[in-house]
Write a protein that binds this ligand. Sequence first.
Ligand code: IDP
Ligand code: MG
Length: 143
Amino acid sequence: MVKPDGVQRNLVGEVIRRLEAKGFTLVGLKLMNVPRELAEHHYDVHKERPFFAGLVEFITSAPVVATVWEGDGVVAAARKIIGATNPLTAELGTIRGDYGISIGRNLIHGSDATETAQREISLWFKEEELVNWQPTITPWLYE
Ligand code: IDP
Ligand code: MG
């Protein structure tokens, strides 16, 4: 998900470009304002943390772009492409490392495990919003 800061900073295309260029397949995409209830659900593992209220406030403050990606190893690879949570310690070459400064403005969310991804996809997308398609370049990406 491109967070509100990523959308405001015109980095939607850059985020999508990096995941596309790696070879992953976009299967879901929407620009949306986030209902408070969805934000609270999405981040409920963090509900006891001191930053929870501010995080929910921020995520609901302006539009986000939610995406779903497919491909071998996509969850772990996307986390690497995204970089560490704190943009100042994130490696250069990662999205957060290249474009961010503050932990509370780290531009992008990525699921941290396959099970988390399944949970988050069902929170953010209806079944019929996901597109099942086969890119013609597949044989050039996988042997
Ligand atoms: P992640 O986004 O790299 O998975 P998490 O630890 O799951 O990082 O935290 C979720 C989000 O909560 C972070 O992306 C960041 O926006 C915010 N966050 C985490 N730790 C802090 C903090 O110490 N201060 C402010 N915001 C934080
Ligand atoms: Mg997380």
